[in-house]
Ligand binder design. Sequence first.
Ligand code: ADP
Ligand code: MG
Length: 295
Amino acid sequence: MTSLCPQMWTQLSHRRSWRVNEELDRLEWRSMSAPLVSFRDVEKTYRSLQGVDYKAVEHFSVDIEAGEFFCLLGPSGCGKTTVLKMLAGFEAPTAGQILMDGRPVTGASRERAVVFQGDDSLYGWLTAVENVEFGLRMRRVARAERRERALRYLDLVGLTGQAQKYPAELSGGMKQRIQIARVLANEPKMLLMDEPFAALDAQTRALMQEELASIWQAERTTVLFITHDIDEAVTLGQRIGVMRAGPGSQVKGVIDVALNGARSRTDDVFLKYYRQVHDMIRDEVAAAVGRARRA
Ligand code: ADP
Ligand code: MG
């Protein structure tokens, strides 16, 4: 094999397209760094009020890398919220381990901010900007600094003009955006989102997806995004973890979505991923529907 002198290597690497560069960086970085989050053989068994056990997830294992947008997709009732709550520290696994930065998750932490579906936890007596700066106020961040930071995040979610409005004066989509600005203002290491746009109308939802994608491009906060919607997963995810139907749900497979930048639902490559995910999840949806009918 002919060897290349350093100058030739430099020339060659300059000629690599940005896309190839980005892909190589990603692979190199992934092989070098430890994951931010590791689910290891996690199990969660619930006990009903009648004393009956139900094993929602079992042998659930997956790694999430720092800075990635990871979508967890699965049929209704398969255990997605259970997984998110365990990582949030709201529920403890009954077996296995969840590690963040190599340390077991033992409870809730400001490092992991949670946004739930149709979350309406804004304080009605505070304006939009006061809601966004609330966490910073609790942490005694100086007034000028917290206002500046809150306005920056309101701007990021496109709501600068609504800063002085109260939640009752805002639409559902705007409230959800303020919610996101509020958690981002606390600068968490990770964002845990449980079907956050499921309650919005189709147009607002598409707009919110676009905005979240561009916020993530700008901030690169690690995101675990839960959805039952294939279209949403392919629109947003860098990787998509597909869950099996319960009981004892686990990750069936993880699909790498090599789409950078804006994603269009009409692109062939978008449809290719859509089909790939659809093929993987189809049987699980059928199993979940069958189980719900029998239960
Ligand atoms: P998903 O978010 O995928 O729709 P969940 O994680 O909410 O699913 O629930 C998974 C399974 O665990 C479901 O069958 C649900 O009925 C059951 N489950 C969830 N929470 C509890 C609970 N607190 N007690 C008993 N069973 C529960
Ligand atoms: Mg759920």
